[in-house]
Design a protein around this ligand. Structure first.
Ligand SMILES: [Zn+2]
Length: 243
């Protein structure tokens, strides 16, 4: 199978997210199709997992490979919402759709009330490893902010299923990771507040004077008028409108 193509790519607080969401028609083996809202739930927790780095094929990366493996049914029954590594982030299951990742069963709060973030690392502490964790912390903060949750709602896989030592690379310094998420969350709250704040005197609205020349039914006539204005030293643009 060719590399996955995202349906959407967008930026969230400096993090580029590639979105290709699993649907009932995707043929993914475990897909409950239970939206959290239809079973009376909304995302109440963010669950952090770790999965190891894998050999990267030329032209792609770990996050794309894990995301693609899910679509190809090569991940067993595991379905998480996000895969993130040091360079890429894939959103493959809508936040409000039940995943299969917490080992706490079909009615467990881990599976039914939490959004799963799988951070792909190797625990080496080398730069790629640190960067993946850093980006995972930012994504966790973005999701907490989206649902109005505090860092007390940040959970480990082990919180839902104590026998599973996951996120294996982050658990040894979990408190530091939570601290990182907390500081990202504070940054995001500040950014959102600044975006909402009214303009101050230093950022006054700019005034422009728009000159309307007219509409032309023939492109060449519009182009001739544009040339006339440009030649006279004025800026002019042509905008196509269909009415
Ligand atoms: Zn896990």
């Amino acid at each position: 199978m060719a590399f996955l193509t995202p349906d959407k790519t967008y930026d969230l607080h400096g993090l580029t997210v590639k979105e290709k969401l699993i649907t009932a028609g995707s043929g993914v083996r475990y897909y409950s199709n239970r939206r959290l809202d239809t079973i009376g739930h909304k995302p109440e927790y963010i669950t952090i997992h770790n999965t190891p780095d894998i050999n990267e094929a030329a032209g792609t990366n770990d996050a794309e490979q894990y995301a693609r493996a899910t679509f190809n049914n090569n991940m067993g029954d595991v379905v998480v919402h996000y895969y993130i590594d040091e360079t890429d982030c894939w959103h493959i299951l809508a936040d409000d759709t039940v995943g299969w990742h917490a080992a706490d069963g079909v009615n467990g709060p881990g599976n039914t009330k939490s959004v799963a973030v799988e951070i792909i690392m190797d625990g080496s502490g080398r730069s790629h490893d640190v960067k993946a964790e850093e980006r995972g912390a930012l994504l966790a903060a973005i999701l907490l902010r989206r649902y109005g949750l505090g860092v007390d709602r940040l959970k480990t896989h082990r919180d839902w299923y104590p026998k599973k030592y996951c996120p294996a690379y982050i658990l040894p310094h979990w408190d530091a990771f939570v601290g990182k998420v907390k500081s990202y969350l504070a940054d995001i709250e500040k950014q959102d507040a600044a975006a909402k704040a009214p303009r101050t005197d230093g950022a006054k609205k700019k005034t422009f004077y728009r000159v309307q020349v007219g509409y032309f039914g023939v492109y060449e006539n519009a182009a001739a008028m544009k040339k006339l204005l440009n030649d006279a030293g004025f800026d002019a643009i042509i905008k196509e409108e269909t009415v």
